[in-house]
Design a protein around this ligand. Structure first.
Ligand code: AMP
Length: 111
């Protein structure tokens, strides 16, 4: 069965796309936890980050997340939830980009 994000990539479910290339899509999170909250999603499906064994694939995911983040924000937070206990709800690996807090002082992590 297709993941939620595969259905978004296929435009079966609407979303606000902010970036797309052959391998990745970035969309606005439907329930933002920060003034800017984007999701960077590889089109090649893996269930969770630690299932990606290829260093190039991991690097490309981070490079893409950084590129998308820098296109919108000066400073930002990248979050990857890994597994249910790590807060993952959609089992199609993705990177959260969070930012845009007033005064650059996000909640948590001693920020
Ligand atoms: P995670 O908890 O790391 O798996 O993150 C899943 C994220 O997907 C959550 O932040 C949700 O708000 C977001 N989300 C769920 N459904 C949609 C949707 N249809 N469009 C955009 N984001 C979504």
């Amino acid at each position: 069965m297709a993941t939620l994000f595969e259905r978004i990539i296929a435009r079966e479910i609407p979303s606000t796309v902010v970036y797309e290339d052959d391998g990745y899509i970035a969309i606005k999170d439907i329930a933002p936890k920060a003034p800017v909250h984007l999701l960077v999603i590889p089109k090649r499906v893996s269930t969770r980050l630690d299932k990606i064994e290829d260093a190039q694939q991991l690097g490309e995911l981070m490079q893409t997340a950084i590129r998308v983040a820098k296109s919108q924000l000066q400073d930002y937070r990248l979050v990857i939830n890994v597994g249910q206990g790590g807060g993952q709800e959609v089992f199609h690996t993705h990177v959260h980009i969070l930012g845009g807090w007033e005064g650059g002082n996000p909640v948590g992590f001693g920020g």
